[in-house]
Design a protein around this ligand. Sequence first.
Ligand code: GRG
Length: 311
Amino acid sequence: MDFDAGFAEYRQAVEEALSQQPLLNPCPAEPTTQVGDDFGDEMVPQPLRSAMRYSLLLPGKRVRPVLLLAAYALQREAWRQALPFACGLEMIHTYSLIHDDLPAMDNDDYRRGQLTNHKVFGENMAILAGDGLLNLAYETMLSAPLTAQKPEVALPAIREIAERAGVRGMIAGQTLDVKLEGTAPSQKSVSYIHAHKTADLLTAPVTAGLMLAGADEDALRAGREFGFSLGVAFQIRDDLLDLHSDLQTLGKEAGMDAQRGKMTWPAVFGEEQAEKDARMYSDRAQAALDIFGEKAAFLQEMAARLCARSY
Ligand code: GRG
């Protein structure tokens, strides 16, 4: 199977699973903030359900869930067993986007080509939708059939995701990203921000996917190196796209990093060096998977495309 067909198959499986998530259904076609009188104790209140579902089902690239499924498939064929974990990661990622877009953070109006969550549902619901998705992510992973069947592999995988999404991982990176706005460019700071804000949440799917499939320490080491290098290259490309792309292509407003005085790779190293470094980290990511032989071709191609992407 070629790369595009493989990616489409993983992505479609993720989107179907997300859209069928029982707690977010049924939902009116149009976003609404009305609280109906039809809610029972077991139902998620309609405004919350609508706000969570809105951002989750907007057309994201689904990079993280596809990484998890493809990493699992490096070791085992039955990748659909890992779908609840792939969905959990996409829920965590979506919560982080909703919160990142809030007025108190980056104050963005557009995300994934549509109005941001707080622009549609209000700030209070956007905060709750993010909180809801974060908790639903863990509920989904802990309730997965694979967790009941093989807790000895599933619980460490869930813990890996919690750590990398958490206060020493993505949230730590986001803290420095916010706190260092407007400060002098620094190699140490930008490396820390990219490693945690972005690379941790791109490493988690790879290492968790491998763990779920019962991978050994050599495979996990390769997965960590792949995820870290891919994550840094991915964020450098994101920084470069912010300099030169536009709302229509990116689905979010461009040029905002400079306006906010963000610590970006081009701001620290210059654009030419940033281009070189994106390629260098992408090559390093691909090389890390050589130990898997031909099976690694899909993830290697995915890294190459993500690091050279135009959106
Ligand atoms: C609020 C705790 C908290 C964290 C926010 C995700 C994030 C951390 C900030 C968003 C801004 C940003 C540049 C993050 C770096 C990672 C990144 C490039 C996210 C966008 O991911 P894509 O391109 O988005 O995979 P889609 O929409 O395709 O899923």
